[in-house]
Design a protein around this ligand. Structure first.
Ligand code: ADE
Length: 425
């Protein structure tokens, strides 16, 4: 482990060159971020701001970190999941002078130690994926709230909890819900999760998906993306849901919908994408077929009850990377991928750079918005704020430009027609 007090702790600084090449590759696929970097490197809107971030340390995240730094911020970083850090990327960032505390496979205790270290810069902005950093500030270092002007949150799970916190009056600084930008949830959550989850399953198993019964728990944006991609690869997709409208949508989109108690008997591959705990529990493991593959793509590792699996297993072994074989007392083999942590980041590389380009453009612009709010001298309330609609359209337009895709423009007559409530048949 390479450790420099108050600066970084990463697996191996010698991996920096490999990390730089990975980041270069991501930059070549993230033109919106590169355009924003060039623009804001000139104006330095984040100069004088200290940002603590807690978000998966991937090549795409490195592009975000470099862009925040180019816009003038001092940045400190930790990963937001014990298994998602790419050690080469972490080494490259440490080598570039970023305060970073992250390595693959850290313990839960080390996970929180890393967050603690990022707070040593005394941040005035926070950037989260899953809200662990904000929770740590509120629960362990409440005095930091005096100087923190705001934060941003990347995920559905994190935003959900922060809204609950705000409703209880327990949120002590304003947060922007990056997840709720259309250019985030309607792309990253659907197409990003769809592709990267299948990527993780395939890297961990190399199984053929065509013809398999592929069970997706949850038909929110992420579950929908996974189901669509699995269907596209020829799997027979089964969806389980608790929300009637989502179940109906899945049905009309050609998925079979049933209760998990029934799906457990049929599935060859199971993916949880609900954000809820105990989606797959003992009675489900007990009725699964020999050879069933089980994994999770939700933020936290509580969707699959691993203690229940351990309880019915007579033994386990690592059969290949990110793939553990559990043998039940009646001799069935059940394969758990990535220890029940998000399979797309733990067994693969997370969402592709192209889609993170838009998600991280929203993160970056939101951090700038918070700094601008601070400079204006008019503080916001301690609430969860949405992304402005104009930011969404601006990012989508930039993305289209980089793809050389032109779109039409409404004429003044068309605009007048749209708004004219006197016109009818
Ligand atoms: N979340 C999902 N995919 C990601 C990626 N490639 N980088 C950072 N966070 C992610």
């Amino acid at each position: 482990m390479d450790h420099k007090e108050g600066m970084y702790k990463v697996r191996d600084l010698a991996l920096a060159e490999e990390g730089r090449r990975l980041i270069d590759w991501a930059e070549s696929r993230m033109p919106v971020m590169m355009a924003l970097r060039a623009k804001y490197a000139e104006t330095q809107p984040l100069k004088g701001y200290r940002i603590a971030g807690c978000l998966h340390v991937t090549k795409e995240t490195a592009v975000l970190v470099r862009t925040l730094a180019a816009a003038g911020a001092e940045v400190s970083w930790s990963g937001c999941n014990p298994l998602s850090t790419h050690d080469a990327v972490a080494a490259a960032l440490a080598d570039e002078g970023i305060n970073i505390y992250a390595w693959h496979g850290l313990s839960v205790e080390d996970f929180y130690w890393c967050i603690d270290q990022t707070l040593l810069i005394n941040p005035n902005l926070t950037l989260d994926d899953g809200a662990d950093l904000i929770f740590t500030v509120h629960n362990k270092y409440p005095e930091l709230v005096q100087t923190i002007i705001g934060g941003t949150e990347e995920t559905t799970t994190g935003v959900h909890r922060l809204r609950a916190m705000a409703d209880d009056g327990a949120l002590n600084y304003p947060v922007i819900a990056v997840n709720d930008a259309e250019t985030k949830w309607d792309f990253d959550n659907v197409y990003g999760t769809g592709q990267s989850t299948l990527d993780g399953i395939i890297r961990a198993t190399s199984v053929m998906l065509a013809g398999k019964n592929f069970v997706v728990a949850g038909y929110g944006h992420c579950g929908k993306g996974v189901a669509l991609r699995a269907k596209g690869m020829g799997a027979n997709v089964i969806v389980t849901e608790v929300k009637p409208t989502a179940a109906l949508k899945a049905t009309l989109e050609g998925m079979r919908v049933m209760e998990m108690d029934e799906a457990a008997k049929h599935g060859d591959v199971f993916v949880t994408a609900t954000g809820i705990k105990d989606v797959i529990v003992k009675r489900h493991f007990e009725s699964m077929k020999d050879g069933a593959i089980v994994c999770n793509t939700g933020h936290y590792d509580c969707e699959i009850n691993i203690a229940d699996l351990e309880a019915i297993a007579s033994g386990k072994r690592e059969i290949r990377n990110s793939n553990e074989e559990y043998v039940t007392s009646d001799g069935r083999r059940i394969y758990l991928l990535a220890q029940g942590r998000l399979v797309n980041l733990a067994a693969a590389e997370g969402h592709p750079s192209e889609v993170m380009d838009m998600s991280f453009a929203n993160q970056f612009m939101s951090q700038i918005r918070l700094a601008e709010m601070h400079k204006s001298g008019e503080p916001w309330e301690n609430k969860v704020y949405d992304i402005p609609a104009e930011q969404d359209q601006e990012i989508a337009r930039l993305k289209l430009d980089t793809m050389s895709i032109g779109i039409d423009e409404l004429t003044p007559e068309q605009i007048e027609y749209m708004d004219n409530y006197a016109a009818g048949t």
